[in-house]
Design a protein around this ligand. Structure first.
Ligand code: GLU
Length: 273
């Protein structure tokens, strides 16, 4: 089987050394095996993503010597794809509208914690169809949540393979009733990543270990949607000399700043290795 990897940055800032590490990791795996390396721009958050950061991303990657195959897929141009999948999940009764605000959820003291904070207490799960209709008609904003217990029952037990960790047992309830379409965007990170990795034929998903918990949701969605599960490689996160993760706030370590201070692509590749 041909190996297909991808790098999927969100254009909310400039790329830094941590991104270079991640991009090189995916690119090398594809190139070493004579496979394909894809570039995907994850810009579903239209308010935070900027075209200038997207353009800068392409410049930075090219400067580093990273080339990609085929067209760049820009998620904001594919809301129709995600909407179609969402409709299918809704028809199967696997998602429900949630009208709660952040503060409603924060107020539900004692809720167990998930990887992203308190798990959703399920307030809107049991609403009747007429109640939902009335709230929507009254103009109340809502997101869509996955009914994870229902989804787990439909999907059955599942697992995935991480290259360094081996077989990982799927935990469908890890994030609780996770948001699958946001209030402001007709999709979510989890949904669009899962749909795109499938549509693009990605066989090896490489990304930072900070996203390992999310993989439990993605593989659950793959099961529900009848998609193949790719192989995963969650790599360590690059840290600075103080052991801190690189972040968008580290201006001095953006690839552009390094380039402008005279660093060569080889030097940056070495630092990012
Ligand atoms: N867009 C995500 C990020 O920039 C990465 C998505 C993924 O690799 O699954 O953190």
């Amino acid at each position: 089987m041909d190996i297909v990897t991808r790098f999927a940055p969100s254009p909310t800032g400039e790329l830094h050394l941590g991104h270079a590490h991640s991009a090189l990791f995916a690119w090398r795996r594809a190139r070493a095996a004579g496979g394909r390396f894809l570039l995907r721009i994850e810009d579903i958050d239209i308010r935070r993503c900027k075209r200038e950061f997207e353009a800068a991303t392409l410049v930075d990657l090219a400067w580093l010597g990273i080339d990609w195959d085929g067209d760049v897929r820009r998620q904001s141009e594919h809301f129709v794809d995600y909407g179609r999948v969402l409709d299918g999940l809704a028809r199967r009764g696997l998602v429900y509208p949630c009208f709660c605000s952040r503060s409603d959820i924060a107020a539900s003291a004692g809720a167990p914690q998930g990887p992203d904070g308190p798990l959703y207490p399920g307030t809107c799960r049991g609403r009747s169809a007429s109640e939902r209709k009335a709230l929507i008609e009254a103009g109340r904003e809502f997101c869509l949540r996955l009914d994870c217990a229902h989804a787990a029952a439909e999907a059955g037990p599942y697992s995935f393979t991480d290259e360094t960790r081996g077989r990982v047992e799927g935990q469908p309830l890890l994030f609780g009733d996770v948001v699958i379409a946001r209030k402001d965007t007709p999709t979510s990170y989890h949904l669009s990543v899962t749909v795109d990795d499938h549509l693009q034929g990605v066989t090896l998903v490489t990304r930072g270990v900070d996203l390992l918990p999310s993989t439990h949701v993605h593989v659950l969605l793959q099961r529900l949607l009848g998609y193949e599960t790719p192989l995963y490689a969650h790599h360590r996160l690059l840290t600075d000399e103080n052991g801190r993760r690189y972040a968008k706030r580290d201006r001095a370590l953006t690839l552009r700043a390094l380039r402008e201070s005279g660093a060569s692509p080889e030097e940056v590749r070495r630092r990012a290795a």
